[in-house]
Design a protein around this ligand. Sequence first.
Ligand SMILES: Cc1cc2nc3c(=O)[nH]c(=O)nc-3n(C[C@H](O)[C@H](O)[C@H](O)COP(=O)(O)OP(=O)(O)OC[C@H]3O[C@@H](n4cnc5c(N)ncnc54)[C@H](O)[C@@H]3O)c2cc1C
Length: 380
Amino acid sequence: MKYSIIGAGIGGLTTALVFEKAGIEYQVFEKIQSIATVGAGIWLAPNALQVLEHINVLDEIQQKGNSIDRITLGKADLSTISDNNQNTIKQMFGYSTIAIHRAELHSILYSKIPKEKIHLGKGFNHFEELSNGSIKIFFDDNSEYETDFLIGADGIHSKVRKQLFPESQTRYSGQTCWRGVANIKIDKEFQNRGVELWGNQIRFGLSRIAENKIYWFAVALDAPNQDDKVDLIQQKLFKMFSSFHPIVNKLILSTSPDTIIRNDIIDLEPLSKWYKNNICLIGDAAHGATPNLGQGGAQAIEDAYYLSEIIKRQPKENIFEIFQQKRIKKVNSIVKQSWITGKMAHWKYGRGIRNFILKQMPNKLLEKKMIELYKIEKVQ
Ligand SMILES: Cc1cc2nc3c(=O)[nH]c(=O)nc-3n(C[C@H](O)[C@H](O)[C@H](O)COP(=O)(O)OP(=O)(O)OC[C@H]3O[C@@H](n4cnc5c(N)ncnc54)[C@H](O)[C@@H]3O)c2cc1C
């Protein structure tokens, strides 16, 4: 049985590697001409790392990335709202979250896929279901390919999804995000620490991703689909975050302005079904979440793992139905919690009460929630 994966993002690349390991026949089709060398950082939580360990890329990811041993939520001036060391998580899983440059992650995953199984510059255009149950894929370059199963791993704006479920809708959170990587040495106290600072309806996060490379993100309320002029972006962010701890503006000013990325924060209105016949969506295409829990990529990676395990064990059953049943509860809860967290972070009123409640939350409770989130179950 032949699987065709549309999209070589985090989900598509991981699917290729879990399929490779499981001996499942596959081909990957990606619209861009070369695997991304741009982008900012990404946090890989222990649930993602367990899958990456399963496909033997964990060591390389640990070498190229940076371990986050402490996670701090603070006010604009860095005074603490909550502060969690990750010792228990490390003891339980063998590692805590790793922060890494996205380009590094993509290139590690890409390098492990046999080149005859991945096709770049192949934009999916549409599919046609044939009477024998197989699927014909049509690409933007007018080429075609016939397959038994089609997996849409083509991200939150998925074309596969738009054809499969034309009524599906993305939702704008009202927040926009700038991301960058500053090339500076950072004080020791920030070296293995993930920090997010909540100010007056704006927030800023940072973590070291490699030697002298600090990933940061800044979030503010704005209308959707806005652009910034490259020569004005640093000034704009500098002004916006002038009341924050000095580390914030130091990072903004140490980032090359033409590498600062702006994205509106959106998610996907939950779908009741991710599949139809022999076609299934995974990752952001199926359940795009806002990034507030740092779990979108991890969930795409989990999807890849569970899908391969189910195919390995139940090749004659309705694989995609079993896959969705296995995944939907956890994923929908993450989408919801992430949306709520984003809204809370930008409250106009009640910030004092919010911070007080968060401060009182016992670390043990937060730890318990994290452990639950990071668990990967064996497929029966
Ligand atoms: C600001 C921000 C910060 C985030 N931080 C984190 C984090 O710290 N940790 C985390 O786990 N997640 C994070 N996420 C979420 C994470 O980036 C996504 O959940 C993840 O990238 C989803 O992977 P994917 O493979 O499903 O989709 P994508 O990564 O979007 O990949 C889709 C791929 O499909 C390709 N494609 C698209 N259309 C076509 C087509 N027609 N034909 C062929 N190929 C196509 C694209 O070029 C791309 O390569 C963040 C997201 C944002 C916006």
